[in-house]
Design a binder for this molecule. Structure first.
Ligand code: ATP
Ligand code: MG
Length: 285
């Protein structure tokens, strides 16, 4: 399976209009992918256990998407088998008053995982080059004039790239997913939030308001992805009309990173290892 076609590391350009959001790769039906997803989740589980025991490298997984693209479901489905002690999920909503008084990376930095753990960001500091760009939010914030000119978003792309390099150089792998759905599929998903009582709680009027800015968001995503894709921290653009296929790709890609990191259970110091048989005898006595 060639995952490379979904990976953007700065060489090829991401063109959102040419991207097939309904792609299902080599599969015709969901059932063909389902057992593979389960096997990959099990492999992830083994690897995460080692990552946690080893404490050597942390993983930050970012999910960005238009509303109702399946971020929540993907997180629930793909990461549900992992040891909860080693995983934290953070939702990035509209910034609080306190958060707005700080630089935009402040609230993210507080949740960057310690080495050994996995942190999942449901939205992230990328909102500050997405919704902030679409609505020019920086203009209405209390900021010095030099932080409000037209180059603010361009500068943030560079800041984010530098920040991700900083994380990489400090033992954190950042994996960035953009779940890319079509406008039609979003309509279907939003209607379900209205029609299905168990999904009513997910519905927000802002989903309808923001949908009016669909084209602006598409441009903002395309620009953000092209500007912040690097070899050490690529973007993965995931076709998300078929949720099962996006889950298949997400688990494959996370697994690929875990295999690269190749965590191992820590080896005991030789003198401790020698003592093991003594301790066994003590316990059995
Ligand atoms: P879903 O995709 O299921 O609709 P969601 O991630 O949109 O879930 P919501 O609680 O509906 O969750 O919305 C969170 C909102 O917070 C989003 O509209 C997002 O754009 C907004 N948000 C996040 N970060 C920022 C930010 N830095 N500045 C302004 N708005 C932000
Ligand atoms: Mg929403």
């Amino acid at each position: 399976m060639d995952l490379k076609q979904y990976e953007f590391s700065g060489e090829k350009k991401f063109e959102i209009k040419k991207f097939n959001t309904a792609d299902t790769g080599k599969f015709k039906e969901r059932s063909e992918a389902e057992t593979i997803i389960q096997d990959d989740i099990n492999l992830m589980k083994d690897s995460q256990d080692k990552l946690y025991s080893e404490n050597r490298e942390g993983i930050l997984i970012i999910f960005q998407a238009m509303d109702a693209a399946g971020k929540d479901g993907a997180i629930k489905h793909v990461f549900s088998g992992l040891n909860p002690q080693g995983v934290d999920v953070f939702n990035f909503k509209q910034p609080t008053d306190e958060e707005l008084k700080h630089d935009y990376l402040w609230r993210a930095q507080r949740h960057v995982p310690q080495r050994g753990k996995i942190a999942i960001f449901n939205r992230s500091y990328y909102e500050d080059v997405l919704v902030a760009k679409v609505h020019k939010l920086y203009l209405s914030q209390v900021l010095p004039d030099r932080c409000k000119d037209d180059s603010v978003i361009e500068k943030r792309y560079t800041q984010i790239k530098n920040y991700e390099q900083y994380l990489w150089e400090n033992g954190i792998t950042v994996i960035k997913f953009f779940l890319n759905i079509s406008k039609d599929e979003q309509k279907k998903q939003l209607l379900q939030r209205i029609d299905d009582q168990s999904k009513n709680w997910k519905f927000s009027q802002s989903d309808i308001e923001e949908r009016k800015y669909w084209d602006d968001y598409q441009d903002a995503y395309e620009a953000a992805i092209n500007e912040t894709s690097t070899p050490i921290c690529p973007w993965y653009v995931i076709p998300a009309d078929k949720k099962w296929y996006s889950r298949y790709l997400i688990s494959k890609i996370v697994l690929q990173h875990l295999q690269r990191i190749n965590p191992q259970y820590p080896k005991l110091a030789p003198e401790v290892e020698q003592s093991l048989s003594e301790w066994r005898k003590t316990l059995l006595a």
